[in-house]
Design a protein around this ligand. Sequence first.
Ligand code: SF4
Length: 225
Amino acid sequence: MTPFSTSDYPGQMATVLFVQGCPWRCGYCHNPHLQERGTSNPLDWDNIMTFLQKRAGLIDAVVFSGGEPTIDPALEEAMQQVKALGYKIGLHCAGIYPRRLKEVLPLVDWIGLDIKATFNKYAHITQFAGSGDQALACLQAVLASGVDYELRTTLHPLLLPEEDLLELANSLANMNVNNYVWQLFRDQGCNDVVLNSTTLAGYPSEALVEQVSAMFTRFTLRKNA
Ligand code: SF4
């Protein structure tokens, strides 16, 4: 748990809860220690609720992050309990479990959804066959739900050459995505030596940023996300 954060839910002071477990294995993962879903719980839910009860009215939102929070069968109930205290609900989602995402979306006020690559090249990043289909279904669910969202793609030149970035941006623009973020790879927390030692100089090019920026109502390039 991060008790206070101003960077995980746009415009809101939030408490962030990190849910353990993720079946994918992205090389650039910032939280590889959360990929395994352990049997022990380092933080008791009752203690979290006690903290949130005391801070109700002082903190705006609770963000469920990970790992992949929709892996947890208790997520919906946890969101209901938190929402009953008056908090807004934020969700950081990698787009892995479309059915579970659809179940919790009615409780969510804002979602940050990762879009990792063009959907036919997803496994190149996630190391998981079929992951592009899962992510596409999640994106479609978010767009159909009307929930406030931000789509974000992590950029690394070894994983996403500029022609792939442009192809992905085109496909998202064709789906009427209106809020798209590029976040430049950072090595903090990442265990991949090759990714960490690659220069990002000149990537992405200014010309590409300008071209893609014009495709979306809101477009952001984050260099230190
Ligand atoms: S989906 Fe997210 S949590 Fe899972 S391995 Fe990839 S970056 Fe890490």
